[in-house]
Design a protein around this ligand. Structure first.
Ligand SMILES: [Zn+2]
Length: 283
């Protein structure tokens, strides 16, 4: 059965950089936000103006150039997807894994789950970081944005559960701060061998024409960089008390891979490792 990886979660959660990192693996090709490409009001403009992560304009991109027509057709997303898979398989062979980072819980996920070996990575950015970054961009009240983070995540998770889709939760914080550790975990989840290549998203084979503009940002492509500006925000600090009810969900979605061990330890900063070292190397 053909394997499809799907990155789910809210917008602005780091899905483009994860798409590119996974796309560095020789067995994975990322295609960015496929749903958005298929449902553009003006696909001609997209193919003409948008630069793909491979460096070419959409119309000249080695992968998308053959799909311009189906993108602008009136067919359903499901039909377009079937066509996409057949073009993909012809081009890369049947064992190559397709990666879709459309993020939302679109109804076609149900079809993907039934027809393919679907692996969903649920990517979440810490609500404080997400709220701060959306506030900086839109100026909307932080309380409103934080509640949006909560409600949209609730909705997405509800739909994935309804479709009986298995998922792995990954935090943007975990990924950006401990990329090797998290990419190893993701590799195990999608059942490919970890490759060092993934640590430098610039190596990507992905063809992302619709996604965050970081896809063509030379500096950002060379590694994982954590946007820590939210830590300096007094405005955010003042409201986090009111929003403490989000902590449980935040910890579960964003930090489960680095904090959930049998010993209750926290990645390499936990007590256990320190105590072992102290015993062995101190007087
Ligand atoms: Zn391309």
């Amino acid at each position: 059965m053909k394997k499809v990886i799907y990155i789910a979660g809210l917008g602005h959660s780091g899905s483009t950089i994860l798409d590119m990192a996974l796309g560095c693996h020789s067995k994975i090709v990322g295609l960015g936000e496929i749903y958005a490409v298929f449902n553009k009001k003006n696909p001609d403009a997209l193919f003409k103006n948008s630069t793909c992560s491979c460096g070419e304009k959409g119309k000249d991109c080695d992968f998308w150039k053959d799909l311009q027509e189906i993108s602008s057709s009136e067919n359903s997303t499901k039909k377009k997807y079937k066509k996409l898979i057949s073009v993909f398989t012809k081009k890369y062979g049947k064992d190559m894994i397709l990666l879709d980072s459309s993020k939302n819980s679109y109804p076609y996920l149900k079809f993907l789950n039934k027809k393919y070996d679907l692996r969903v990575i649920y990517l979440t950015r810490d609500f404080r970081n997400w709220t701060y970054s959306r506030f900086e961009r839109t100026g909307k009240p932080m309380i409103f944005l934080a509640l949006r983070w909560f409600l949209e995540n609730k909705k997405l998770l509800f739909v994935l559960k309804k479709y009986k889709i298995n998922k792995m939760s990954v935090g943007y914080e975990e990924l950006a701060l401990y990329p090797e550790f998290i990419l190893k975990k993701i590799s195990a989840f999608v059942n490919v061998e970890f490759s060092e290549n993934m640590l430098n998203p610039d190596n990507t084979n992905s063809h992302i024409i619709n996604g965050n503009i970081s896809r063509i940002d030379k500096e950002k492509r060379t590694g994982f960089f954590y946007d820590s500006r939210w830590l300096t925000s007094g405005r955010l600090m003042r409201i986090t008390g009111i929003l403490s009810f989000l902590n449980k969900m935040n910890n579960r979605l964003v930090y489960s891979n680095i904090s959930e061990s049998k010993e209750g330890d926290f990645y390499i900063f936990g007590k256990q490792k320190k105590e072992t070292l102290l015993k062995e190397h101190n007087e």
